[in-house]
Structure formats: structure tokens, C-alpha cells
Design a protein around this ligand. Structure first.
Ligand SMILES: [Zn+2]
Length: 137
């Protein structure tokens, strides 16, 4: 059994990821936001993907403001961006969720071709005038 991995979603892009792969920010005193490196600070928290782009869209979309019920000041955003620029890639990388590693996600099987005889819908149309035609077989 895979261990339960708590998931959180990024406030900017809404993707769910394991909590520990996300960057937690927390609302601290004086209506400020701080990066919560430990992930354990008290206070209302929100999560970002570890990518500069999510911090940026979080600002543009005011996602963080909504999530934490706060108006993050430009200076405060600068601090967050500075952190993001120093430690994070610009773009997020595709995630693999370990919680799902045990579950094989099978790609949806595509029909490789219609059964011999051609387009079934054409057959149906041809038989459409007599709906009970199937019973003749
Ligand atoms: Zn994100």
C-alpha cells in the first residue's frame, strides 16, 4: 500500500500536488506573507508550485489575496519573488504524484480500427428503416 500523501493545491494554477512538493506561504502578523520553509508555521497558509510562474500568476490573479484574505503589498510580493527567483525554476515541472504510483493509470484504449465490414454507423443507417432487422440474424 502506498503511504498516504497529503495533497494540496496551488493557489495560482490549482494543481494538486503532494504537500511537501509545494511551497507553503503563511500569513503572519502585520498582514504579511512569509515563505514557510518548514511547512509548519502557524497561521493561514497557502501553497504554490515550486515555480516562479505560479508566484507570478498568484499575484496577477490575486489568488493569494483571496486564499488568505489579505492584500499582499508590492514590497511583500517582492520578497516572495526574490525567494522564488533564487530558489525556483521559472516553469513548473510536470508532477508525478507518489500517492498514485501504486495505481497504474492505464491510457484509454483507442479502437485500432472498426471491425471488418467497415463503418458500423453506415450499416446502422442502412438498417434504420427496419429497426427489428437484427432479429433476422
Ligand atoms: Zn501552480
Amino acid at each position: 500500500m502506498p503511504k498516504h500523501v497529503p495533497l494540496r493545491s496551488c493557489v495560482a494554477c490549482r494543481e494538486s500536488k503532494p504537500k511537501r512538493e509545494l511551497i507553503r506561504v503563511v500569513r503572519v502578523a502585520d498582514d504579511r506573507i512569509e515563505i514557510d520553509r518548514s511547512g509548519k508555521k502557524n497561521g493561514r497558509g497557502a501553497y504554490f508550485c515550486p515555480a516562479q510562474e505560479c508566484f507570478e500568476s498568484g499575484q496577477k490573479r490575486r489568488a493569494l489575496n483571496h486564499a488568505l484574505d489579505i492584500t499582499v503589498s508590492p514590497a511583500n510580493w517582492d520578497e516572495l519573488f526574490t525567494y522564488a527567483r533564487e530558489t525556483l525554476p521559472v516553469h513548473k515541472v510536470p508532477t508525478r504524484i507518489p500517492a498514485m504510483a501504486g495505481q497504474v493509470v492505464r491510457p484509454i484504449k483507442r479502437l485500432q480500427g472498426f471491425p471488418p465490414g467497415g463503418d458500423p454507423s453506415g450499416t446502422r443507417n442502412a438498417a434504420g428503416t427496419r429497426s427489428k432487422g437484427r432479429e433476422e440474424r
